[in-house]
Design a protein around this ligand. Structure first.
Ligand code: ZN
Length: 143
């Protein structure tokens, strides 16, 4: 049984308090802005891509604990991965937080992101959890 307490587990609270890779990257980098008006979340992501690899990425923004923690963990997941991973992970993550029966194999791949499964019980928070991932995808596509 998921409940709100579970949703706000320590990992989410920690990343919200001490977000990883918080800040901007100097140009030339690709960036995108994401907004979730339902909750008031606002995020900017910055990526440095070299030879198809995400060499560095950072984010800045204001929002709820879930959106910030998701962005923070996302930066640790995607750093060093090929750009295609941004899309691949977004799809896996979307499945995890919206599907009634998420793909179990994805859970392993998603690692820490798997804690956001609790969001499934709170459809209004799905956008909070996926905002950073959609924003990274926009940044990669605009690159
Ligand atoms: Zn939110």
């Amino acid at each position: 049984m998921s409940n709100l307490n579970e949703l706000y587990q320590q990992v989410i609270l920690d990343h919200n308090k001490n977000p990883k890779n918080y800040g901007q990257l100097p140009p030339p980098c690709c960036s995108a802005e994401g907004k979730n008006p339902l909750c008031g979340d606002h995020i900017d992501v910055y990526l440095t891509i070299e030879d198809g690899i995400i060499k560095d990425l950072k984010f800045e923004g204001d929002g709820c604990a879930i959106s910030k923690a998701s962005a923070s963990i996302m930066t640790t997941v995607l750093k060093g991965k090929p750009v295609e991973a941004a899309n691949e992970y977004l799809e896996m993550f979307q499945d995890l937080v919206t599907s009634d029966q998420p793909n179990e194999e994805h859970k392993d791949k998603l690692g820490k992101m798997a804690i956001f499964r609790g969001v499934h019980e709170f459809p209004a928070r799905v956008k909070c959890a996926t905002l950073a991932w959609h924003t990274v995808k926009d940044a990669v596509e605009a690159n």
